[in-house]
Design a protein. Sequence first.
Lengths: 270, 218
Amino acid sequence: MKPPEGDTVNGASTDRPFIHFDKVVKRYGDLTVLDHLDIDIAAGEKVTLIGPSGSGKTTILRLLMTLETLTEGYIWVDGKPLWHKHKGTQLVPADEKYLREMRKQIGMVFQHFNLFPNMTVLQNVIEAPIRSLGQSRDQAVAQAKELLKHVGLSAKEDAHPTQLSGGQQQRVAIARALAMSPRVLLLDEVTSALDPELVAGVLAVLRELAETTDITMLCVTHEMGFARDVSDRVMMFDKGQIVEVGPPRQIFENPEHDRTKTFLSAVLAH
Amino acid sequence: MIWDNQFALDILPRLLKAFLQYTLVITVLATLLAAALGLVMAVIRYSKVPVLSQITSGFLQFIRATPIPVQLFFVYYVLPDMGVLVGAVTTGVLVLGVHYASYFAEVYRGGIESIPKGQWEASTALSLPMKTVWQRVVLPQAFRKILPSLGNYVISMFKEVPFLLFISVPELVAQAKDIGGSSYRYIEPFTICGLIYLLASYPASVAMRKLETRLETT
């Protein structure tokens, strides 16, 4: 069940990576979005993906959430192939049932929230734990109330998403993702669609989450301050490949590559 | 020919009975059939179930390209030759139900396609079982959007129930025709017939329009 030997970086026998991309390729027709990408992420690590749009960072999250199909390569999560099943000694493309099991450990928060508009805030949060994890209603409601309190929306339990501000909707979406107790949380430009004054509230929730839980977080963001504060590592992408990886201090204060420098100066000048 | 109040009053109960017992009941039953069958066909087509999807789509084409009277005659007169005997009212419900199921399926499809991709993606991200995604996320949202169009189709089906007089279902218009034939008075039965239809379908279409604006604004 372990990833093949020799794929720890430089053969250094550290812990097995929790998430491992093995020569991952993603193409749309002739367009190559990810080109033989290798990534290792440790359990509990908070990683921020930065880079110009079209650099493939969102695709990485979408592949992990199984929203896009893999063209080539393998993705391993906790020692298991995400997109493949073992068949004898071979790995074959997995069926929907296997994918659904694998997905349960991964949660995602979207740029446009994607709350269910036909349900109240509370229903949005309890739906998946009941239907997908088989929790009892009481159990799911108790947990949801706790989570909603945590994101500061206890008063909005019975509201419908359309009655909330963007920032509130996004905090509900975070609570909804957390209700599945994921081991990995994917954050896809979660503040990009928000009015500037609403960004801080969402980031505060995420900061706390990053500091107080051991959830592995992968975060695509343009909020460099947030990236600097919460990330263990920052990955700079361009044209489907990693340009530079390092702790935030190094990437933001001492970038090695020109591509990183120009990108950061463009973003920070903003 | 002059309007005879007494005659009109005399035949009113018979016409009303035919309306309630046949026209309305057939409309309701055919609507239920259309709603259920249309949904099944729409989901099959949307999920691109292999083979079934192509069969459904061919069947829909066929149903929509042939007139209702032809379908009625076929089921009522031709099928018995093949050993399938169907009563007149059942034939009416089946033919209208299946015919309108083909329209309903199109409307459902439009409704399903109008659900933003993000709703499906959020459902995937939450590992919701497919059944839950349809039942709790997609269809409730789609229904709100398509209710007005479905309503309009029901009203037009209601007005096509008189086709059933071709296969001797004693619905409202068939009764009016009968009364006319036996009394040689046509003005009262057909005027009452028209009025009953007007009184039933006008409020229904007004209610539909109201519903439409209400759903648009919420």
